[in-house]
Design a binder for this molecule. Structure first.
Ligand code: SF4
Length: 87
């Protein structure tokens, strides 16, 4: 478990811009004034509008908290090793 890596995912098209993720985990999430939705900081932008970022074990809990705070469940975390969806 020591070096588990995860992919943090944001289904941005479905984000309602409530701000919860940026309040819970401001190291990873920021509100975007231009579209009133959140962004993962330093993420990869996918063609379908989703955002992705690789995170490490130490960053897991904060982002899981952010995902659990999202009222429309558009934040997901997937284990890199086997694509297991955690949330
Ligand atoms: S908590 Fe969810 S809906 Fe709210 S800004 Fe973050 S990703 Fe968007």
């Amino acid at each position: 478990m020591a070096d588990e890596k995860y992919t943090l995912q944001h289904n941005k098209p479905e984000c309602i811009g409530c701000g919860a993720c940026a309040a819970v985990a401001p190291e990873f999430w920021v509100m975007n004034d231009s579209d009133n939705k959140s962004d993962i900081i330093d993420c990869k932008n996918l063609e379908n509008g989703w955002e992705e970022k690789e995170i490490e074990e130490k960053d897991f809990v904060k982002n899981k908290d952010a995902a659990e705070s999202c009222p429309v469940n558009v934040i997901h975390i997937v284990k890199k090793e086997n694509n297991e969806k955690i949330i």
